[in-house]
Design a protein around this ligand. Structure first.
Ligand SMILES: [Zn+2]
Length: 165
């Protein structure tokens, strides 16, 4: 619902902010989830809820790269690779990049660099959740500031209510 809300209700907000609508969709691949490699990662289902993902040619496959398992939280393009047969889907296009969890940001930012290196004209990163620990002071402050329930009309771009204006 959060992905559908962000990309359907706020697609014009993203387009206005970036300067063009997204042309293609991908997600940050992972080798760490229950059932790997036979099961499908939950982020795949999130990506299929994005406006435009119903068209197969709009889907870009990122693959785990040589350095995907590095835990150093450094942004680097070789954590991921664009699938060889999807490179033409990236070149010159605005890619919407999804991830299900933000920890340090190194993975989604690395995937964005991979896409830019492959020729993407723009990359918009959309992350659904953030990993937090209540016993970490800066995380506690963030959690304490989240007092309202989730509202799909709150814009992921502006932080304002896009229906009430
Ligand atoms: Zn909006």
């Amino acid at each position: 619902m959060m992905v559908a809300g962000a990309t359907k209700i706020h697609s014009r907000c993203i387009t206005k902010s970036v300067g063009s609508p997204w042309d293609a969709i991908t997600f940050v691949p992972s080798k760490r989830y229950p059932g790997y490699p036979k099961a499908t990662h939950p982020v795949v289902d999130l990506a299929l809820n994005v406006k435009g993902a119903e068209i197969p040619e709009n889907r870009v496959r990122l693959e785990p790269g040589q350095r995907i398992d590095d835990e150093d939280r450094v942004v680097r393009a070789d954590r991921f690779a664009v699938s060889r047969d999807h490179r033409e889907r990236v070149r010159g296009r605005h890619i919407l990049l999804l991830d299900d969890t933000w920890v340090s940001g190194a993975k989604i930012q690395s995937a964005a660099v991979t896409l830019r290196d492959a020729g993407a004209s723009r990359v918009t990163a959309l992350c659904v959740a953030r990993w937090c620990r209540v016993d970490w002071d800066d995380h506690k402050a963030l959690l304490d500031s989240c007092t309202d329930p989730y509202d799909p009309f709150i814009c992921p771009v502006s932080g304002k209510n896009c229906v009430e204006g």
